[in-house]
Design a protein around this ligand. Structure first.
Ligand code: ADP
Ligand code: MG
Length: 232
């Protein structure tokens, strides 16, 4: 069970033993953090490696600026995406799925049910990213495939299994930057198709989700072409 705290104007979620992460969050609020490395620094997303009194951690700050209205409506209807990811992560790791990047703390600034600023403390995985491996051999491909099917068996999806979202730690495949979305058969099919696209890992499961996804893609392209014709 995650625990909800109120700190300044943030709603904060931690696991039951989350005290140290609250301390790190408070340090962050008082600008008392040591940045070791900047992984990502674009307008709406910052990903930092920080040094804390408890060791290295990843600090991710996400302040979505685009599609504010759409996001607001979605959040009202569907609930919060990162809260779901936080809960899912806790659940699957308890079930023993260690491949998933641990999620220590989620802080949100909210208006009604709509969060417009997220701060996340995440487990730092020290290893080699797939992007930095020149040739991914068959053994590694099998491990990647197994990690995604394990994720699906535990009711989670990656949403974006490209080479920047896997880290090999001591020979073990770890998955980062996961999706908090519910694991529909179509989203699972998308993960498998992406594995084929990025790594040549053949998708062997052609279930209803797979055919629905293919149909959706074809339909979308059809509409696009149709619109193209209208424009001309
Ligand atoms: N838990 C982690 N351990 C180590 N490196 C990480 C971790 N999370 C993110 N990174 C690094 O930061 C980069 C961006 O983080 P990510 O969560 O994938 O953000 P984005 O949503 O921008 O893709 C990753 O590609 C990786 O290099
Ligand atoms: Mg990523």
């Amino acid at each position: 069970m995650s625990i909800k705290h109120h700190i300044k104007d943030y709603v904060v979620f931690t696991k039951s033993d989350g005290e140290k992460y609250i301390n790190v969050f408070n340090d962050f609020l008082s600008y008392n953090i040591k940045i070791i490395k900047v992984f990502r620094n674009i307008e709406d997303t910052k990903v930092l490696l920080i040094d804390t009194q408890y060791g290295k951690m990843i600090l991710k700050i996400f302040a979505p600026k685009v599609k504010q209205n759409e996001r607001f409506l979605k959040a009202m209807v569907k609930g919060d995406y990162y809260e779901k990811l936080f809960e899912q992560t806790e659940r699957v790791r308890k079930e023993g799925l260690d491949s998933v990047n641990d999620f220590y703390l989620l802080a949100e600034k909210k208006t009604l049910r709509f969060a417009h600023y997220y701060i996340m403390l995440i487990e730092y995985i020290e290893g080699v990213e797939l992007v930095d491996i020149p040739e991914i051999d068959d053994e590694l491909k099998q491990k990647i495939k197994a990690s995604i099917s394990g994720l699906h068996q535990h009711g989670m999806v990656s949403g974006d299994p490209h080479k920047g979202n896997f880290i090999i730690e001591d020979g073990v495949v770890r998955i980062i930057d996961l999706s908090g979305k519910s694991p529909s058969s179509m989203r699972m099919a998308k993960d498998r198709i992406d594995l084929e696209r990025h790594y040549g890992i053949v998708n062997e499961v052609k279930d209803a989700g797979y055919y629905r996804l293919i149909f959706k893609k074809k339909f979308r392209n059809f509409i696009r072409r149709l619109k193209g014709k209208e424009v001309r």
